[in-house]
Design a protein around this ligand. Structure first.
Ligand code: COS
Length: 377
């Protein structure tokens, strides 16, 4: 991918801060599951918490290609931090930017874009995962308020967010068309954070249940119109999947770099192990796969920047990059042998982190549903 000067500069800023402060802390955050607030503060100062937000709302006004370049760099050092940034930017901010009224944008976006508040996206429920239309959380109008009742699970940024885009049904009989979206603030009475998930990977990113116990919000907190909820969710996920593709590419690139550097200095039988074709060819295949994922990801981002249809390409990029990331991380462990399997080195963490990219923002099975529907039209 040929990046222009501005895109290269953004990539470099993200790469520099990752090397300086994000990567060195990744091991500790993984072990403690502590939310990396310091990383988020620093990234906020540099504009990475409001990447696609227009300057009018104090954002960095980057194109999608630049966001992809930045996310890849951050993910090389710490996939937990990259997940927080990706979810906040796409799933937390974007639905408000795309469907919010001027008043909603003015109220919520500047603080989110500065990283002073964190955004989250609450669609998934115990009975509504891949079948996102089966949301059971209800929204019932009572005078000048909506009463939101139900619960959500596996919500990224759940324990850290201030602003939640929440999907609830106004009329279950209407199915998909009964869904609507709402902006709910953390301090709203009746809203609480439930169980914190302890996870295999991306352990420093907060993943929680959300509980809405007859939680009352003003009517003006509805996002978009009645019946638009599912469309808002799907349009948001289309963009978010490009971010996950970039994140997966970054994890793979990080694991590949570790394995390559190791293979150049690790000597067995009197020579560096990389001179064995069995290792050299593995590294070559890893490099090919990473580059292929990167190109698919940039292609989807370019289509989005050009304002043309990109949902299928986003699903392709997400699927390929995440499957690739798991395989590349496993191969990195194999090349590094016992050291790769040890918690002392980062590749085992990268393998654990890579796994979620095949699952969140729509499993790869769902991506294949999205892709096959399009190619079989
Ligand atoms: N953009 C805009 N609108 C979309 C859309 C998209 N990408 N995808 C679907 N829609 C619209 C359809 O056009 C349809 O509207 P109309 O009836 O007006 O034509 C409506 O939404 C329903 O679409 P569809 O019939 O395709 O819905 P399905 O219930 O069959 O579900 C899938 C489609 C499987 C693609 C969807 O449920 C999905 O993506 N699931 C995964 C959810 C997910 O990613 N969860 C991750 C957790 S959230 S981080």
């Amino acid at each position: 991918m040929f990046l222009n000067e501005e895109q290269k500069a953004i990539q470099k800023v993200a790469g520099d801060i990752t090397k300086k402060i994000i990567a060195p802390m990744a091991k500790q955050y993984d072990e403690t599951e502590e939310f990396p607030w310091e990383n988020i503060k620093q990234l906020g100062k540099l504009g990475f918490m409001g990447m696609s937000v227009p300057e009018k709302y104090d954002g960095a006004d980057m194109d999608m290609v630049s966001s992809v370049a930045a996310l890849e760099e951050i993910a090389k050092g710490c996939a937990s931090t990259a997940t927080i940034v990706a979810v906040h930017n796409a799933a937390g901010i974007l639905p408000i930017l795309m469907f919010g009224t001027d008043a909603q944008k003015e109220k919520y976006i500047p603080s989110l874009a500065a990283g002073n508040s964190i955004g989250a996206f609450a669609l998934t429920e115990a009975g509504a995962g891949s079948d996102a239309a089966k949301v059971a959380t209800t929204a019932v109008q009572d005078g000048k308020e909506y009463v939101i009742h139900g619960s959500k699970c596996f919500i990224s940024n759940g324990g850290a967010a201030d602003t939640f885009v929440v999907f609830a049904t106004k009329d279950r009989a209407k199915g998909v068309k009964g869904l609507a979206a709402f902006i709910i603030e953390k301090e709203t009475p009746g809203f609480s954070i439930g169980k914190h998930e302890s996870k295999m990977g991306i352990r420093a990113s907060s993943t929680t249940e959300l509980i809405f116990d007859k939680c009352r919000i003003p009517l003006e907190n509805q996002l978009g119109k009645d019946g638009e909820g599912f469309k808002i969710a799907m349009m948001t996920l289309d963009v978010a999947r490009i971010g996950i593709a970039a994140l997966a590419t970054g994890i793979a690139a990080g694991a590949y770099e570790e394995a390559r550097n190791y293979a150049k200095v690790r000597e067995q039988f009197g020579k560096p192990i990389c001179v064995n074709q069995s290792i050299g060819f593995m590294l070559a295949d890893m490099a090919i796969q990473i580059e292929a994922a990167r190109q698919l990801t940039y292609h989807a981002a370019e289509l989005k920047d050009a304002n043309v249809k990109f949902g299928t390409e986003a699903a392709m990029a997400k699927t390929f990059a995440s499957d690739m990331a798991v395989q590349v991380a496993l191969n990195a462990i194999q090349i590094m042998g016992g050291y790769g399997y040890s918690r002392e080195y980062p590749v085992e963490r990268m393998m654990r982190d890579a796994k979620i990219t095949q699952i969140y923002e729509g499993t790869n099975q769902i991506q294949r549903v999205v892709i096959s529907r399009e190619i079989l039209k």
